[in-house]
Design a protein around this ligand. Structure first.
Ligand SMILES: C[S@@+](CC[C@H](N)C(=O)[O-])C[C@H]1O[C@@H](n2cnc3c(N)ncnc32)[C@H](O)[C@@H]1O
Length: 210
């Protein structure tokens, strides 16, 4: 195994689990994850951090997908801790192994930054949602301020290599809207105590349009 593969498989999942559990990030998760209901699918479920925030009484089933083997180990350990039946699989958001209109809720937190293709992943998320189903999201992305954008552009090439392919310059809500969702209850702000280049956050509930 080369150093790059070893780093991606062993260091990145631990780094992500730690960085994505800060109080500022947990506060954003708490705004969206507890709203999940019915049949729930979580894209980028690696690490399993969201599982503690789901309200089991509102959920009839939980499925998750992530390409990272180590991330999935963490997610399965969280499922065992929570004591619920979870269908957690290895795979990519660009090709989700579930049938059309299967889910009431899709949860997507801090994952659209890392997928290979945002547009293909959003197309798949829309496909597996029932008509009128909800996409609950919390993501970091392209900041609105030119001074921050300048640093995002400079840092992104190195950041992507260190942080498992995470992009700093992707739009969030605009991409979700372009993907065929109507955004309700959206919010945005810089997360406190987070470097601004990685700290512009957008979150909300989006409904499958059409
Ligand atoms: C920053 S982590 C966030 C993990 C988790 N969603 C959370 O909120 O803590 C990004 C996640 O996206 C996953 N990922 C990367 N490429 C992906 C893809 N093409 N499809 C689905 N998940 C992907 C990574 O393995 C990683 O678990």
């Amino acid at each position: 195994m080369g150093f790059g593969t070893w780093y991606d498989e062993h260091v990145v999942p631990r780094f992500i689990k730690c960085a994505c559990s800060s109080p500022a990030i947990m506060a954003l998760r708490e705004k969206v994850v507890p709203q999940a209901s019915g049949a729930v699918f979580e894209i980028g479920c690696g690490g399993g951090i969201n599982q503690q925030l789901y309200d089991s009484d509102r959920i009839t089933s939980y499925a998750g997908l992530d390409p990272s083997g180590k991330g999935l180990d963490f997610a399965r350990a969280e499922a065992a801790k929570k004591g619920w039946q979870a269908d957690i699989r290895q795979g990519f958001g660009e090709s989700i192994p579930f049938e059309d209109a299967r889910f009431d809720t899709v949860v997507c937190t801090f994952t659209l930054c890392s997928v290979g293709s945002q547009a293909e992943t959003l197309r798949e998320l829309r496909r597996i949602l029932k008509p009128g189903g909800q996409l609950l999201y919390a993501e970091h992305g392209r900041a609105p301020d030119a001074s921050v954008q300048k640093w995002q552009d400079r840092i992104e090439p190195v950041w992507k290599k260190l942080a498992g392919g995470c992009h700093l310059t992707r739009p969030v809500t605009a991409a979700i809207t372009a993907g065929g969702f109507e955004v309700h209850d959206g919010g945005q702000r810089y997360a406190p105590k987070t470097p601004k280049f990685a700290g512009w956050m957008e979150w909300g509930q989006a409904i499958k349009a059409g």
